[in-house]
Every structure is written in structure tokens, then in C-alpha cells.
Ligand binder design. Structure first.
Ligand SMILES: [Fe+2]
Length: 202
């Protein structure tokens, strides 16, 4: 099910920025072993609903949105962003995920979005569960055509009060990969993150 960026947000995001210093590129991070071995038939930017299914995914909703820009804050359009993550119970859709818990059959597990002319992207998904020693996180891959520009992971703030987001300190690198949460409706979160790509990555 396709989901679009609200108009008010779009206006906010399109505001210009004058820069004294180049922005720091978003850190790279390991891809991990659970990029889907079989991509789902529905791989749009709403991971909470699978086309053709009546039920919706379990778990707390989060809108993950922002922009992709270069180090001078210029928007990068036409960048494909792939997102994969666990469901609310901690399961990936990868067939090799060793966790025994039942996978949420209504959760898409993987989705993709294309940045618009302002560099904007948006996903609707659920708050991922942490697993083993890892805090809850999103896996992302940014591509231009077939070429990967960036592979990284994003974290949720540890003190957001959400279930499953444990205490502890983020490393400096993790802090540079942390989603900024904004007020939203009682049953949902909004997470904001701007990706910064070095032009040499293009
Ligand atoms: Fe992971």
C-alpha cells in the first residue's frame, strides 16, 4: 500500500539551509546477514500492510522520514532507499533467521522508497524489536540504480520510553545514526533522519 508524505511535512522539509561547514556524511555500517534472501512481492514504503492481506502488522507504528542530501545540504532525488528490519517480535523475513518465535505474517519486513525532487523519503513501519545484544535498529541501503551509495543502520533513542528500547549509552558512531523522534499521535511515533552522502559516493 503506497503511502505519501503529508503536505505540512513536505513544506517543512523543503525549507532551505545555508551552510558554513560541510555536513558530515552518514556513517556506513555493516549490512548484517538478514537482507531478505527472497524479496517480498509487496515491497513498497508501507511495511505495516501487505497488499492483498486483510490484517495489519502487530506492533507500534512509526513513520520514518527525512531527506537525502549531499554535504552541502543539496537534495538528492531519485535515490532508492531499501529498509529491512525485524517485526515487533524480533523476527526478520530472512529464511535463515534463527529466532524461533513465529514471524508476524502481516509484516512486510522489507520496503523501498524513492526520494523525490526535494530529496524526501518516507516509510511507515513498526518499531523493531532488539535481539541478542543489539538495540532496536533499522537496516538501510541507499542506491542509485543498481549501485549502492550507502549501507548503514539507524537506531532509536534509548530514552524514548518505548518498550524494547533498553538503557545504555550509544557510541559516538551510533549517535550519528540515531533517529530523532518527534511528537505524534498517542499510538504512533515519527522518526526523522536525514542521510548525508558524499558526492564521491554518487
Ligand atoms: Fe539487524
Amino acid at each position: 500500500m503506497r503511502w505519501t508524505i503529508p503536505a505540512a511535512l513536505a513544506a517543512t522539509l523543503s525549507a532551505g539551509v545555508a551552510l558554513a561547514q560541510p555536513l558530515s556524511p552518514t556513517p556506513r555500517d555493516v549490512e548484517g546477514p538478514y537482507y531478505p534472501d527472497i524479496l517480498p512481492a509487496d515491497s513498497d514504503n508501507d511495511l505495516t500492510v501487505i497488499r492483498g492481506k486483510q490484517s495489519a502488522a502487530r506492533g507500534r507504528r512509526i513513520r520514518l522520514e527525512g531527506r537525502v542530501v549531499d554535504r552541502a545540504a543539496r537534495p538528492l532525488s531519485g535515490v532508492r532507499i531499501e529498509l529491512w528490519q525485524t517485526d515487533a517480535g524480533g523476527r526478520y523475513i530472512h529464511s535463515g533467521d534463527p529466532l524461533r518465535a513465529e514471524r508476524d505474517p502481516a509484516f512486510q519486513g522489507f520496503g523501498a522508497a524513492l526520494t523525490d525532487e526535494q530529496g524526501r523519503y518516507a516509510f511507515r513501519t513498526v518499531v523493531p524489536a532488539g535481539y541478542a545484544s543489539r538495540p532496536p535498529h533499522f537496516h538501510l541501503r541507499l542506491l542509485r540504480g543498481e549501485r549502492a551509495l550507502l549501507v548503514t543502520q539507524l537506531y532509536l533513542p534509548r530514552r524514548s520510553g518505548e518498550r524494547g528500547i533498553g538503557p545504555g549509552r550509544l557510541s559516538l558512531r551510533e549517535a550519528a545514526q540515531t533517529v530523532r523522534l518527534e511528537p505524534a499521535a498517542a499510538d504512533a511515533l515519527v522518526g526523522h533522519f536525514d542521510f548525508v552522502l558524499d558526492r564521491s559516493a554518487e
